[in-house]
Design a protein around this ligand. Structure first.
Ligand SMILES: [Zn+2]
Length: 134
């Protein structure tokens, strides 16, 4: 189990087609855009989830105050947990099987093992969630 640090609070409704989740940490806040996503299952059926835009580089309040990469990753981990607690699949979920494969992470100069079925190690998988590559 990943260890999640309770650093702040999320609020917002996940009803409808899209909206914003608000993340607050004391007086700081940042809105997180989400939209409905459809997942194709291996058996051809469909399920619904949310696609979140993890643009955590700057706080919205205080305006334009930068957020460190380490802290962005903490917010991502907390958001993943929160979405899970809401019963939602999301675009930042870890793969079902997050065990490591024999291959190396494809990220330049990274020597960690890649996650099964993913080309990146866990660290770079998380970074890719932040940069919206997926
Ligand atoms: Zn890596």
């Amino acid at each position: 189990m990943a260890q999640v640090i309770a650093i702040g609070e999320f609020s917002g409704e996940l009803n409808g087609r899209d909206g914003h989740i608000l993340y607050r940490e004391a007086a700081k806040e940042i809105p997180i855009y989400w939209e409905l996503s459809i997942h194709e299952e291996l058996d051809g059926s469909r399920s619904y989830g949310v696609s979140v835009t993890c643009d955590f580089q700057y706080w919205a309040r205080p305006k334009a105050e930068p957020i460190s990469e380490k802290h962005q990753l903490e917010i991502l981990a907390a958001l993943r947990e929160w979405l899970h607690a809401q019963g939602k699949r999301s675009s930042v979920d870890l793969p079902k099987d997050s065990s490591e494969d024999s291959g190396n992470c494809l990220y330049k100069d990274c020597h960690r093992r890649q996650i099964k079925g993913v080309y990146y190690c866990r660290h770079h998988f998380d970074l890719s969630c932040l940069m919206n590559i997926r």
